[in-house]
Ligand binder design. Structure first.
Ligand code: ATP
Ligand code: LTN
Length: 337
């Protein structure tokens, strides 16, 4: 007889900030990998709304985007029956463990975080304490669920590494409280570059080079046609991120959405210029996004269903999170109620 009790599934956890509309970078770097592994793992995915307020947000937009993001998670293939989908601020344990981990993270460590340095430079009028200590809240998000893997894009690796340092420090003092998590970075799509500037990652802050999941098809087509390629004389479709960053980025995108290898792509476009290649990538992306877009629209009409998903998600997440938090409180020396 199958004994599932003795072989618990490994746990995966990740989150995305609902601070903007989801884009192709988020999809290929993170969500696609989540959906593909829903069967093998016990999965927790959340809307990281508490993280968004490190930068000023419009309240109505934040509320709308949080629910839209949930609809998009489901439309991307995250079945709420198989994955725990929840809103971070619904599970109070995140803030509580976040405070504790603040006290086990060093000023020097936080000062080295690239995302802090970038965001502090971009929002000089609002370099607040939350922006600085944000990785401690992210560590709490992760450690509450004792995950084996944290599927993220390349840019989040540093935060997961910091989480690992916190685990080592905390467990070194109190024993095996937290499980050591590992970042899980995809092979193709870990760092999708902007279409208008292939030397920086695709980001919602540069909309002309960013393909949003809910964007009209004509706009996506136009962005791919205008994608910056290279000025070399060869003009052949060949993977060389150093010398041909634009074309290589398009190849990465094409590879991620079609499953074809770089060799296969080079053969497919042999003897053809960028004028054929760029629109082909655009069409492949449009085909991939179409069902996601349609399903998101359908789900957004059913607010009661979305509400039932995030309510059930919060309940399940709280149950798991509370177990870890109790253990931490006890180890630290807080008096039990
Ligand atoms: P911004 O656009 O302001 O840089 P963001 O889109 O990166 O923000 P996040 O919430 O920081 O939004 O990212 C969510 C997830 O998507 C993370 O796992 C991140 O690593 C991944 N991700 C974001 N941008 C890319 C990208 N260009 N390529 C691959 N993965 C990405
Ligand atoms: N910091 C991440 C979002 C995020 C996250 C997490 C990712 C918040 N908490 C926990 C993985 C695990 C970002 O800015 N992309």
């Amino acid at each position: 007889m199958e004994n599932t009790e003795n072989t618990p599934k490994k746990v995966m956890l990740s989150g995305i900030q609902p601070s903007g509309d989801l884009h192709l970078g988020n999809y290929l770097g993170a969500i696609k990998n989540w959906a593909e592994r829903a069967e093998q793992y016990d999965c927790f995915y959340f809307m990281a709304d508490m993280h968004t307020i490190t930068v000023r947000q419009n309240p109505a937009d934040l509320r709308r985007r949080t629910v839209e993001q949930l609809a998009q998670y489901i439309a991307c293939g995250l079945d709420p029956e198989r994955n725990t989908l929840f809103i971070q601020s619904h599970v109070h344990q995140h803030a509580e463990l976040g405070w504790i981990l603040n006290c086990y993270t060093m000023f020097g460590e936080l000062s080295r975080m690239t995302q802090f340095k970038d965001k502090a430079a971009r929002h000089q009028e609002n370099v607040n304490g939350g922006l600085f200590t944000y990785p401690c809240l992210m560590a709490a998000d992760i450690l509450l669920y004792q995950p084996d893997y944290v599927p993220v894009g390349e840019d989040q690796k540093q935060h997961v590494e910091l989480t690992r340092n916190i685990v080592q420090r905390f467990n070194g003092i109190y024993g095996e409280v937290f499980k050591m998590p590992e970042p899980f970075i995809p092979k193709a799509g870990a760092r999708v570059m902007g279409l208008s500037a292939p030397d920086t990652k695709m980001s919602k802050s540069v909309p002309e080079g960013c393909v949003f999941l809910m964007e009209p098809e004509e706009d996506i087509r136009r962005k791919f046609k205008r994608a910056v390629t290279d000025s070399d004389t060869e003009r052949c479709v060949h993977y060389d991120p150093e010398r041909k960053p634009g074309v290589s980025n398009l190849m990465t995108i094409y590879s991620a959405v079609t499953g074809r290898s770089y060799d296969e792509i080079e053969k497919e476009f042999e003897g053809q210029g960028y004028g054929v290649f760029k629109p082909a990538v655009g069409e492949a992306v449009i085909e991939t996004l179409r069902p996601i877009r349609e399903e998101t629209r359908r789900l957004l009409k059913d607010k009661a269903y979305l509400e039932s998903v995030y309510r059930a998600g919060a309940e399940k997440a709280s149950y798991v999170a509370e177990k870890t938090l109790r253990k931490v409180y006890k180890k630290i020396g807080f008096v039990q109620r």
